[in-house]
Structures are given as C-alpha cells and as structure tokens.
Design a protein around this ligand. Structure first.
Ligand code: 6GU
Length: 248
C-alpha cells in the first residue's frame, strides 16, 4: 500500500490543488502516494450540518465541535493504512522542520486535520492523541495551506518522486548539514552587465566545491545565525553542504 494522506477539511475542493501539478502531481498519478480529502461537514449529525459553535467562556469566532471532528477522524482512520499519525495543523503547534518531515515521510502516511474559525475543541485533540503542528510564526486563515506545505515537503522525499538522489542530496543542505544552499547560476555568463562568478566557469571541480562551501557558510552565518550555531559539527568539519560532490 502506498503512502496515504487523508485530509479532514471544510474545503475539500482545495485538494489536491497545487499537489496535482509538477513532481507531486506526477507521483500522485503514478500511485506513489494517495490523497483523499474528506469534508468535515459530511460528519455533522443535525439537519443543518452544524460543525461549529460559540466558544465557552465567550470571545470572538467559532470553535469546531469535538463530536463532528471525532466522527471525521474515525472515517479517516478506517481508510487505512493503520498507524498513521493524526496531525492537527494550528499556529499553536510545534514548529515543523526538515527532521520531522523526514520522519513523517518514512511512515505509512498522514491524517491531517485542518482547523478553521478559532480552532478545534481541545478535548478531541487530546482524546485522539493528535500532534499539533505549525508551519511558521505567522497566522493563516486556516490549516489548508499548511497541509499543502507539509504534504509537499513529505511527498518529495518518497521513493521515486524526485530524480535519483536529488531529494536526499538537497535535503542534506537544510536538514543534516544544517546549512543553506549556495547560489546558482546558468547561461548567459554575462547578463545586464553582471557576470557569473568566474570560478564556476573554470572547470576546476575542487575549486567550485570549495567556493560553494564557503558561500553556503557565509549565507548561513548572515541570514540564519540560529542554524549556524546549531549546525551539525561532523558535517561542518567535512565541509557542510558542499562536502558532497559538486552539484550532486
Ligand atoms: Cl498549521 N495553521 C494556521 N491557521 N496558521 C498557521 C499555521 C497553521 N502554521 C503557521 N501559521
């Protein structure tokens, strides 16, 4: 059985959306992963198909009902495969990073709950043992774009989705080695008076690798001092991202 994502959402028409295109879309058509989007409204019990209600304690907005969300979770789990983690996408969640993406992609798939309104009743989050995840320190109007981001990050790591080794090689640049990538250039060698760095035209592979390593380190130090101070010491000693063969 292939890696399977089941998305619980009030807006199922948002899926596959961008994931129906490019690499993820081709992999979806090839059956390397599977996606279903279940409409949470379909699990409402009353004839008005109510999915939300006012927050106890007052305040603005609406909260998604635990009974409706629970029924949607049961339907998602019934799709199989078993043992898929249930993830609730919320800005209150643990911050997603490449190490977690790697773990999730290595599993059987995901069930993703997209919150709307002010959120989801916390009791069903706890009762279902959901993992609360955020994709960054900013607020989206709903979990759907975050679900698309998480799925894109996972799907590109599945076997056969990217060209041989491309995903693992590139992933090391932000994952294992903990450095940002060096800048890229292509033809023409001069454009609007700007020349490509000469070393890249030299044909000296060792020189190119050294330059790229230095650029990766410089840009990581400048832009992401947090990554720079936490970067993997072994990889750093081996030369970080450029330590793997030039343009691997
Ligand atoms: Cl997962 N959801 C929402 N609504 N906003 C977010 C987010 C998730 N991650 C960052 N901002």
């Amino acid at each position: 059985m292939s890696w399977r994502a089941t998305v619980l959402t009030l807006f199922p028409e948002m899926f596959p959306g961008p994931l129906g295109h490019s690499l993820a879309g081709r992999a979806l058509r090839e059956g390397r992963w599977a996606l279903s989007a279940l409409d949470i409204r379909g699990f409402a019990a009353d004839r008005h198909r109510t999915v939300d209600d006012a927050p106890f304690g007052g305040g603005p907005g609406m909260v998604m009902r635990p009974d409706v969300v629970d029924a949607a979770c049961a339907a998602a789990l019934a799709e199989g495969p078993a043992e898929r983690p249930l993830i609730y996408l919320t800005p209150r969640g643990r911050l997603l990073d490449q190490a977690l993406v790697r773990d999730l992609a290595a599993g059987p798939g995901l069930i993703l709950l997209c919150g709307r309104y002010e959120g989801v009743d916390q009791r069903v989050v706890e009762a279902r043992g959901m993992i609360e995840l955020s994709i960054g320190d900013y607020v989206l109007s709903g979990g759907e774009p975050a679900a698309l981001v998480l799925l894109d990050a996972c799907v590109r790591l599945l076997p056969g989705v990217m060209g041989a080794g491309a995903a693992s090689a590139e992933e090391e640049s932000h994952g294992a080695a903990g450095l940002l990538e060096y800048p890229h250039y292509t033809r023409p060698a001069e454009w609007q008076g700007r020349r490509v760095p000469e070393v890249l035209l030299s044909g000296h592979h060792a020189e190119v690798a050294r330059w790229r390593r230095a650029e990766s380190e410089r840009i990581t130090r400048e832009r992401r001092p947090d990554l720079w101070s936490r970067r993997d010491r072994n990889d750093a000693a081996e030369g970080g991202i450029a330590g793997h063969p030039a343009a691997a």
